[in-house]
Design a protein around this ligand. Sequence first.
Ligand code: UDP
Length: 382
Amino acid sequence: MRQYDFIVVGSGLFGSVFAQQAHENGKSVLVLEQRKHIGGNCYSEDFEDTNINVHRYGTHIFHTNSEEIWRYTNRFTTFNRYQHRVLTTHKNRVYAMPINLGTINQFYGLNLKPFEVEDFIASKREGISSPRNLEEKAISLIGRDLYEAFIKGYTIKQWDCDPRDLPAAIITRLPVRTSYHDSYYNDRFQGIPSGGYTPIFERMLEGIPVETGVDFLEDPGYWHRHAGLVVYTGPIDRYFGYAEGRLGWRSVKLEYQRLDLEDYQGTSVMNYADLDVPFTRIHEFKHLHLEKPHTPDTTVIVHEYACIDNERPYYPVNSEEDRKRLKAYQELQRREGRVLFGGRLAEYKYYDMHQVIGAALQKARKVLRGKPEAATVESAGG
Ligand code: UDP
């Protein structure tokens, strides 16, 4: 086999952006992908015999505040004008998420004005001033009643542990609003790629050899011998043969159904807040593409169940033990020459898509400008 400047392991966002940047800068790149398709968990395709584009690993909404990342991504796709709104069902009633003035007023049967919300919530804050975990953080933001209705059950289902054992950062992903504004994200740029996500990866990887169905870790020495630098985007614990134990990951089980119906739930994502409903949410993909030709008697829905599936890691649990293990792995990483670790799985970070793109662009620039070794050492520790 020939020599490559870079062998990129994994064709998800980090790997594909890195490969694209290297190729554009005249470097030789080979991409190895363990799955049968490119695109990692962003992979999308039309559901059989329909024009309904489904996100095979759950609904992905692209959003960013960075003009640079927005412009970069627009080189590979156009976006529709979709704006994400999430609803949640609690005790058979439907409320808007993230929690906003509409949710609060509907829940309490009140008509608070924006300037009255802060005092109202303060009266339910239970004196928590420096929250130490997800539960305390949520109560400090919205009070116990709303926490118990909309966050507690969903979080227990999603993470399968006591919310007091989870980091506060998970809940700060969701804004809390004192207005009726009900968009899920605050970012300036947002949309769904017009043709789905897969064409983005096809375009990024144009002109770059990609081998699918190849597990780099079956013979890492072989690939190392043919690469100036390996860019590894798989799980960091797997790279080191789980020498320091397994890092905790949550996964999801997705159950697809095609229905002979125009519209099942009237929105793209409906969360289910209550513990007695076993799934966390239902996705209905046609609502992501209102610009597409209408299908009056077909829709595709997916019930999402949280679970553990080590073959399909999604969400880093990040418990105290995980953080200790991660440090140990980062130490091993520092000693490993000629490998750059990047992306959600290799960095064990709850990255959004735009953050992965930003991280990959930054890393690629450093490596392409300077000495690859410098970037690999620096990448250890995030
Ligand atoms: N969350 C919740 N209720 C909801 C939605 C989210 O309690 O209706 C909490 C839950 O702990 C979840 C976190 O907020 O893990 C982040 O939610 P997000 O929607 O950002 O998760 P993702 O879309 O990445 O699955």
